[in-house]
Design a protein. Structure first.
Length: 672
């Protein structure tokens, strides 16, 4: 038997996770045989999460798509036959030419999100869709409101480096399920705890994160965190814990907030809104106000409500009251923005868009496909995304995808819920099979990676596929003949000013590199006024003030808990991970279950005006009364009924930035 030598190749985890881990792939011939965390990666420190422990099982899964497919059965049936790439490109470009002639470019709509976070592959479609004059997708699916709220107060100011939390003496983990979604942040948290720091988790239910690291857990009613922030500010002012000198020097408008809004948020009123007792609120305010260097790590869950941007604005104000950002270990981290490090126009080519085209909001894809606009959407091109599973209002999406006159192309690694509705399915490479460069929204690292193995079967990367389609459409720009490596060379050779300070030789060698941070980066306020804008005259509500979320008619709020074993709908291809996640379930408080005469593990139907979903019931006192918690996002094939969680979620948008409102829904529950 020939002995195959194993080599170790550097790569990056491509998934939509703030950790953007450095990977070491063990490669034997054309096979990835194992994966480890890169010990030389400053944030990964050699440790991977359970999802990625066997990435080779995803890469070499027997379920991987390996040839282009043409639909042979009804939409949604999953009946296809293999065709060649030449035939697939011919069919797609032929249909697009017909649609362009009859309806114009805006009848074509791309639908993509974050299946890969690689800068090249994620944005590879932009140039071709610009050339087509296609409708543009407003990609605000994840946490647009959170970013908007930060910007309203802090502008483009850099957020705290996660490792600063190790220097903090009080860490608030606010609406983040760190153990599942950001495990490497536990490193600085545990470091800080060793030095005596206290950790508070602010949540809607007691999560595994709360159980793992919290000294105190505060459970709030969904969508009321903004009121909690105002209550904390009220007590900080009342009890003389505010740093007035800092506010005077570095913030704008605090006196206005103090005089007009804060008096209304008495602890008693805030307790009535949030469900947090006056004692707990006061204790947190005192702990926060007296901490040497308090650090707030915000997740995204609390911003997926109709008042999400306002909530983000209010929480972002808190550190300013203490001047926390002026101290090592103090400040706040939501999502880092390292956008200015790269010149993304090299990939997205906005100059290819002859005239501005309409925007379609990603959260309202269902409406876009069913309420026919002018022009109607006649072709949908889906890549690195699974709209049928993860976008809100699943029934509406499925109704749209089932339209016989909609020409749908899905470029995928697996036969997802969405791919089953395609006319043409194209096989996509995994991150091990293509080149890319990565940045992170949870730390300041960047890294360039090469393909580690050849594509599985006939799979092609997003970049190669879009070049092929563009050439098939007759677009003769030399751009569409560049290789992945050539585009990446240019991206690194012409960096934004920030990346210019980093070591490009190291980047090109594939090593993890940290973007340089000025010594006082948290205090360089990149706002129009140069100050922290507690009052922001450019906002429709200049003085921030809480207002209630949308809610709805049902008896319970329904929140999705990110699963430890899947990431959005990704990883559902690994049966071992799906088994660990367990059957599709919803958690409920024992008193609520008692009152509704429901028992543990029975099948229940959760419903609202948009749909009905069957779950297995888990009764647990980790969930407070009035709230239900669903575990992660499943594929339809693993649903006990006909639908998954997003049959209940809504296409409504957040107050600002047109973000998603996944958790801002009410439902009823009954026995099946
Ligand atoms: N294992 C795993 N990792 C993931 C993901 C995954 O699905 N699984 N998803 C990835 C993606 S795309 C993202 S955006 C990140 C998200 O990472 P996180 O921000 O950690 O996760 P979210 O699902 O946004 O919600 C975080 C928490 O917010 C809580 N929450 C909901 N509503 C409220 C509220 O009104 N107030 C408060 N205080 N808390 C509330 C939820 O109970 C949940 O525990 O994780 C990424 N990483
Ligand atoms: N109810 C509910 N719904 C949610 C959420 C929630 O908490 N609750 N979370 C929301 C959030 S935060 C987000 S970010 C979205 C995520 O939404 P998406 O970004 O759509 O994420 P996934 O569901 O993981 O689907 C990604 C798909 O991309 C494919 N893929 C991976 N790499 C490549 C590639 O290189 N090329 C191509 N062509 N395909 C590739 C994968 O096989 C996978 O099927 O979901 C949202 N949906
Ligand atoms: S999913 Fe996140 S924590 Fe897990 S390996 Fe990837 S980047 Fe790291
Ligand atoms: Mo997300």
């Amino acid at each position: 038997m020939k002995c195959m030598t194993t080599t170790v190749k550097r790569s990056v985890c491509p998934f939509d996770c703030p950790d953007a881990c450095g990977l070491l792939l063990e490669v034997a011939g054309d096979q990835v045989t194992g994966v480890r965390g890169d010990p030389a990666h400053p944030y990964t420190r050699g440790v991977l999460c359970p999802k990625m422990a066997h990435y080779e099982r995803t890469i070499h899964s027997p379920l991987r798509l390996s040839t282009p497919l043409l639909r042979t059965g009804p939409k949604g049936s999953g009946d296809f036959r293999a065709i060649s790439w030449t035939a697939a490109v011919e069919i797609i470009t032929q249909r697009w030419r017909e649609i362009l002639a009859r309806y114009g470019g805006e009848a074509i709509l791309p639908a993509s999100y974050a299946g890969t976070m690689g800068l090249l592959q994620r944005n590879a479609g932009d140039a071709m869709f610009h050339k087509l004059g296609a409708s543009r997708l407003e990609r605000t699916l994840c946490s647009a409101a959170k970013g908007n709220g930060w910007e309203a107060v802090m502008g483009k100011t850099l957020q705290a480096h996660p490792d600063e939390a190790a220097l903090s003496d009080l860490i608030l983990i606010w609406g983040a399920h760190t153990v599942a979604t950001n495990i490497h942040f536990l490193h600085p948290v545990r470091e800080a705890k060793k030095h005596g720091a206290k950790v508070w988790v602010i949540e809607t239910h007691e999560t595994a994160t709360a159980q793992a690291v919290a000294d105190q857990v505060l459970l709030v009613r969904p969508g009321t965190d903004g009121a909690l922030a105002l209550g904390l500010m009220h007590v900080l002012v009342r009890d003389g814990l505010v740093d007035r000198q800092f506010l005077q020097a570095h913030a704008q408008g605090f006196d206005q907030l103090e005089n007009t809004v804060l008096p209304r948020y008495t602890p008693a009123k805030v307790a009535a809104i949030t469900g947090v007792s006056v004692e707990a609120l006061t204790e947190l305010a005192h702990a926060y106000g007296k901490a040497r260097a308090p650090f707030i790590r915000q997740g995204s869950g609390l911003y997926r409500y109709g008042n999400g941007a306002m909530t983000a604005r209010l929480i972002t104000c808190l550190p300013a009251l203490l001047g926390a950002m002026d101290r090592p270990g103090g400040g706040a981290l939501g999502d880092l923005s390292t956008g200015s490090a790269f010149d993304m126009t090299i990939i997205s080519r906005p100059d290819f868009l002859a005239a501005p085209t309409r925007w379609v909001n990603i959260n309202q894809l269902g409406d876009a496909l069913t309420a026919l606009g002018d022009p109607p959407v006649m072709s949908l091109y889906v890549y690195q995304s699974n709209p049928a599973a993860v976008y809100p209002d699943q029934n509406c999406i499925l109704q749209g995808l089932a339209r016989e006159d909609l020409f749908t192309v899905v470029h995928e690694r697996f036969m997802t819920d969405t791919a089953k509705y395609a006319d043409i399915v194209l096989p996509a490479t995994s991150s091990a099979e293509h080149a890319d460069a990565y940045r992170s929204y949870g730390h300041y690292g960047v890294q360039r990676v090469k393909a580690c193995i050849p594509p599985i079967g006939e799979a092609k990367s997003n970049w190669d596929t879009f070049c092929l389609l563009a050439r098939g459409m007759g677009f003769d720009e030399p751009f569409f003949r560049l290789t992945e490596e050539q585009v990446l060379d240019e991206l690194i050779a012409k960096p934004g000013p920030w990346l210019a300070g980093a070591d490009s030789a190291k980047i090109n060698a594939g090593e993890p590199v940290s973007l340089p941070l000025p010594a006082n980066y948290k205090m360089l306020f990149r706002t129009p006024s140069g100050k922290i804008e507690i009052v922001n005259p450019a906002e429709p509500t200049p003085v921030p003030d809480w207002f209630p979320p949308y809610g709805g008619k049902g008896a319970y709020y329904l929140v999705t808990a990110p699963s430890l074993y899947t990431l959005n709908s990704s990883f559902n291809e690994q049966p071992e991970l799906v088994a660990k996640k367990g059957p599709m379930s919803v958690r409920m408080n024992p008193a609520d279950a008692n009152a509704s005469k429901l028992s543990d593990l029975q099948r229940v139907i959760v419903s609202n005006e948009r749909g009905e979903v069957t779950f297995f019931l888990k009764i647990t006192d980790t969930v407070p009364p009035g709230v239900l918690v669903a575990d992660g996002v499943s594929w339809l094939q693993d649903a006990p009924g006909l639908r998954t969680i997003n049959a209940l979620t809504s296409q409504r948008l957040t107050d600002r930035a047109h973000g998603s409102t996944f958790y801002d829904i009410k439902v009823d529950i009954r026995a099946e």
